[in-house]
Design a binder for this molecule. Structure first.
Ligand SMILES: [Zn+2]
Ligand SMILES: [Zn+2]
Length: 208
């Protein structure tokens, strides 16, 4: 089956940079035909955990992650639920992810004016299950560079809206080829490790 997940979203629950109410995010994601979303607040699991419960009330799957500002740039993290990890060196985060069975995905690696890993992704390539190739807050050119780096490193790439407001919801997502629905972090980690997924821009298949 094809299973559509927007991998990267911020809500007012715990991202001060966001004006997106979690209930609006869920409602619009359902309307857009997504099967699930990830909530990935900055350096905390708090908002994501609340979002999972609100999703349950609304009959929609929300998967909890966080976006950690590592010493080298932003990284989407699933399965590492520690608090206070901002500033952590990538090798330490990598070891922690191995210990916890989690996955790391460098976010928007080539976005300018943001805290992004850039070419240093290559230095730590073995730490990353995927690279965020399509990000809703990046230009096409920045996304293309991320996709090219992923392809060069032989690492699959994901898509996520990085939504902070209503108009950004469900613009980018990831389509998983999976035998069963992905209903929680554990299922998402398994699907990411299986590597059977494609990053998509809403309304078109990725051509970068
Ligand atoms: Zn970021
Ligand atoms: Zn983000």
């Amino acid at each position: 089956m094809k299973f559509k997940i927007d991998m990267h979203n911020h809500t007012t629950l715990s991202s001060q940079c966001s004006v997106l109410d979690v209930r609006d995010l869920i409602r619009l994601s359902i309307e857009a035909g997504l099967d699930a979303i990830c909530v990935t607040e900055h350096n905390t699991m708090y908002g994501a955990r609340r979002a999972v419960m609100i999703g349950r009330d609304m009959g929609f799957t929300v998967i909890a992650g966080q976006e950690i500002a590592s010493a080298s740039g932003d990284i989407l993290v699933f399965g590492v639920e520690d608090e206070g990890l901002q500033g952590i060196p990538v090798p330490e985060l990598c070891a922690l992810a191995k210990e916890r069975g989690g996955v790391l995905i460098p976010a928007h690696p080539f976005r300018e004016n943001a805290f992004s890993m850039g070419d240093s992704v290559a230095e730590y390539a073995e730490c990353f299950t995927a690279i965020e190739g399509l990000n809703g807050n990046c230009s096409d050119r920045q996304n293309r560079r991320a996709v090219e780096l992923a392809m060069k490193l032989g690492v699959p790439y994901t898509g996520g809206s990085d939504a902070h407001s209503i108009k950004m919801v469900a613009k980018y997502y990831t389509v998983f080829d999976t035998d069963s629905p992905i209903i929680d972090t554990y299922g998402l980690i398994l699907a990411l490790k299986a590597g059977q997924f494609t990053a998509v821009k809403a309304g078109e298949r990725s051509t970068v």
